[in-house]
Design a protein around this ligand. Structure first.
Ligand SMILES: Cc1cc2nc3c(=O)[nH]c(=O)nc-3n(C[C@H](O)[C@H](O)[C@H](O)COP(=O)(O)O)c2cc1C
Length: 232
């Protein structure tokens, strides 16, 4: 029987070994499953025009729980997810994000960066931070604090990046849309959300439905031959 109480004490871990719960999938079903998942995920786009319509809180909570199944360096799970629907908090986040973005667009971004962003039609205005029914802020944890001591985490960026990817896929799979947003520097998020010293804001994701007739840039995606080399 699986006794799955997590043992996540960063200092002194010991694990029992249990039988891996696996139902064999034949090749035909593999292709069918991978192909239908591909169709769902390939429709994902970064949405910057959100409807304020209510969406299922449970679906978002499920997506976050799904993200938490990500692998992580030494199983440290160095992430924390903040889920926000409070209007006044969303307004404060919008104000602070727009202040940082204004500085970035005016002073911080290189000419090349601005040129690369131009076709996407983005600017420092971020109304979606108030319009989307939910915001998720992902924090990474370079270290844990156990008994007042700093205990290091490993491969933090890789681990949290994988969790973020799973979250985005899970949201898409549920029929929600999101934007991977980085209004950098993002220290304001730690202050507004009163997060502890050992957390750093990693990504900010508005989540909801797209506005009716929302538009997206018709981007080009590299084909598999350009990004994959097979060695058979
Ligand atoms: C790490 C990361 C940071 C991003 N930051 C922003 C951002 O701050 N604002 C924004 O509008 N889009 C942001 N994007 C979205 C990209 O512009 C978008 O993914 C890209 O143009 C491809 O479009 P698609 O997501 O619709 O496929 C970010 C994407 C990634 C992966």
């Amino acid at each position: 029987m699986r006794t799955n109480e997590p043992k996540v004490d960063s200092s002194n871990q010991s694990y029992d070994f249990i039988k891996y719960d696996y139902d064999k999938v034949n090749c035909e079903e593999m292709v069918q499953r991978s192909s239908s998942f591909k169709s769902i995920i390939q429709k994902r786009r970064s949405i910057r025009d959100f409807s304020s319509d209510k969406v299922s809180l449970e679906a978002i909570q499920n997506a976050i729980t799904t993200a938490c199944s990500a692998p992580s360096g030494a199983n440290k799970q160095p992430w924390h997810f903040c889920l926000i629907s409070n209007s006044s908090l969303k307004s404060q986040i919008r104000r602070s994000a727009e202040a940082e973005e204004l500085k970035s667009y005016k002073e911080r971004m290189s000419d090349q960066w601005l040129k690369d962003l131009e076709p996407l039609g983005t600017d420092y205005n971020k109304p979606f931070l108030e319009e989307a029914p939910y915001l998720i802020v992902i924090f990474k944890k370079p270290y844990d604090i156990v008994g007042g001591k700093q205990i290091p985490n490993y491969y933090v960026n890789e681990s949290v990046g994988i969790a973020a990817g799973i979250l985005i896929a899970a949201l898409q799979n549920a029929g929600l849309v999101t934007l991977t947003h980085t209004p950098s520097p993002m220290n304001f998020l730690k202050e507004l959300l009163k997060r502890p010293d050992n957390e750093r804001a990693y990504l900010l994701l508005p989540v909801g439905y797209p506005k009716k007739n929302a538009e997206v840039p018709q981007i080009y995606r590299k084909q598999s031959g350009q990004v994959m080399t097979e060695y058979f």
